[in-house]
Design a protein around this ligand. Structure first.
Ligand code: SAM
Length: 357
C-alpha cells in the first residue's frame, strides 16, 4: 500500500489544480475573522476590510472577512465527492470596538454560508478547551450586570455534500470494513463534546508570524478516522503547520494541503518527518487501549462475541472484525513529482495482553 501527499503554496480561494469531486474529506481550520491575530492577513486580501477595521466598523469587517472565506467553502463544495464531508474547526471571536464588547459568531456565519452553497449541515462537535487562568474572566467581575461568559470552546462544524456516501464495489466495501474504528472509540468520538488538550502555539524562529494557530494531532486524526476510509484523499485548504497531512499519512489516506504562507514550509516538512514515530505510536496506543477495554468489559461479565480476524483480539461488534492498521514504513519526498510518497507495512499480530495496572 502507498499514499501520496501534495502541498501547494497557493490561495485556496481558487483550487483549480483539483478536479471536481476528487476529494473525500476536508479537515481544516481557517483564519478566524475578528481575532486580531488575523487582521493583517484579511486586510492584505482586501482594502475594504482594512478600511472597515480602521473605521472601527466591526460588523462590516466581520461580514467582509467571511465573504473571503465563502469563496473557499464554494471551492470545497466543488472538489468534494458526493457524500464527502467537510470538518471545519472554528472559534467565535469576542472583541471590544468603540468601547462596546460583543461576540462575532463565526461558527453561525459559516454554517449559514455553507448551507446556502448546498452543503447539508450535520450535528457539530464542541471542542472544550479549558483554561484555569484566573485572568480569563471578562467584564465587571463579581458585580452584576456587566460580566461576560468566557469562551472556552471552539466548534468542529460537520458538513456533507449530497446524501450518504456509497461504497459500490467489493473493493470499496473491503476498504471500509478495514477502516472501521473500535466500538468504544465510536462511543467517545461520536459524542458532541470533546475534551482534547490544545497544543503549544509558539513558532520558534518564525519569519512571518509567531503563533501557529495549530490544532492538535488527535483532533485531525479522529476526524480522518471517523469520516474517511483508507486510500481516500483528505484536503486541508488552510494547512498551517501540516497537522492534517500528518493525520492523513498516519491513517493510510492520501492528502492535499494548501497554504498561502510559504514561510510555513520548514515546519510542515519537519512535522511530516515525525509521522512515522507519532502515527505508529498512536496505533499501538489504540490497540492497547482496546485490549484493556475488552478486559474490563469481560470482567463486567458481558459476553464478547467476536474476534478481529487480523489480530485475533476480541471485539464487541461484527463491524470491527476486519479492522486492519496500516503502519508507516517509509516517507520519501520526490522533487520530480513534488509529493511525499508513503509506503506502509502490515502490523503483525503481536498477541496483545491487557496492561497490568
Ligand atoms: C488557523 S491556521 C491553520 C492551522 C492548521 N490547522 C494547523 O494545525 O497548523 C490558518 C492557516 O491558513 C493560512 N491561510 C490563510 N488564508 C489562506 C488562503 N486564502 N489560502 C491558503 N491558506 C491560507 C494561514 O497562513 C494559516 O497558516
Amino acid at each position: 500500500m502507498q499514499t501520496m501527499h501534495r502541498i501547494f503554496f497557493n490561495d485556496s480561494a481558487c483550487l483549480s489544480f483539483l478536479s471536481d469531486e476528487s476529494v473525500h474529506l476536508v479537515v481544516t481550520s481557517p483564519p478566524y475573522p475578528m481575532i486580531e491575530m488575523w487582521d493583517d492577513a484579511f486586510s492584505a486580501r482586501s482594502p475594504v476590510i482594512r478600511k472597515a477595521l480602521s473605521d472601527l466598523d466591526g460588523a462590516t469587517a466581520f461580514e467582509l472577512m467571511h465573504e473571503e472565506l465563502d469563496r473557499v467553502w464554494s471551492e470545497l463544495h466543488r472538489v468534494l465527492c458526493r457524500g464527502g464531508i467537510a470538518c471545519i474547526n472554528i472559534g467565535d471571536a469576542t472583541r471590544t470596538i468603540r468601547d462596546r464588547f460583543r461576540l462575532y459568531p463565526n461558527h453561525a456565519r459559516i454554517l449559514h454560508a455553507c448551507q446556502n452553497i448546498g452543503f447539508e449541515v450535520l450535528p457539530c462537535i464542541i471542542w472544550r478547551k479549558t483554561t484555569n487562568a484566573p485572568t480569563k474572566f471578562m467584564g465587571s467581575g463579581m458585580l452584576p450586570a456587566g460580566a461576560y461568559v468566557t469562551l472556552e470552546h471552539e466548534y468542529i462544524l460537520i458538513l456533507r455534500k449530497g446524501g450518504k456516501r456509497s461504497f459500490p464495489t467489493e473493493e470499496d466495501k473491503i476498504r471500509r470494513r478495514e477502516s472501521a474504528i473500535f466500538w468504544e472509540e465510536r462511543n467517545r468520538w461520536f459524542s458532541d463534546i470533546w475534551d482534547v488538550k490544545g497544543v503549544s502555539q509558539n513558532i520558534e524562529n518564525a519569519s512571518s508570524r509567531t503563533r501557529s494557530a495549530a490544532f492538535p494531532f488527535e483532533l485531525a486524526y479522529r476526524l480522518v478516522q471517523m469520516h474517511s476510509v483508507q486510500g481516500d484523499t483528505v484536503l486541508d485548504p488552510f494547512l498551517g503547520t501540516g497537522v492534517t497531512a500528518v493525520a492523513a499519512i498516519a491513517s493510510g489516506r492520501n492528502s492535499v494541503g494548501v497554504e498561502i504562507d510559504d514561510n510555513m514550509e520548514p515546519l510542515i516538512r519537519q512535522n511530516i518527518s515525525s509521522v512515522k514515530k507519532i502515527g505508529n505510536a498512536r496505533i499501538i496506543q489504540r490497540i492497547q487501549e482496546h485490549v484493556d477495554f475488552i478486559s474490563r468489559y469481560a470482567c463486567d461479565k458481558r459476553e464478547v462475541k467476536y474476534k478481529n480476524s487480523v489480530y485475533g483480539f476480541p471485539v464487541v461488534t461484527s463491524q470491527e472484525r476486519d479492522i486492519r492498521f496500516p503502519i508507516v514504513h517509509n516517507i520519501a519526498y520526490s522533487s520530480e513529482s513534488e509529493e511525499y510518497m508513503t509506503s506502509y507495512s502490515p502490523l503483525e499480530n503481536q498477541g496483545w495482553e491487557p496492561s497490568s495496572k
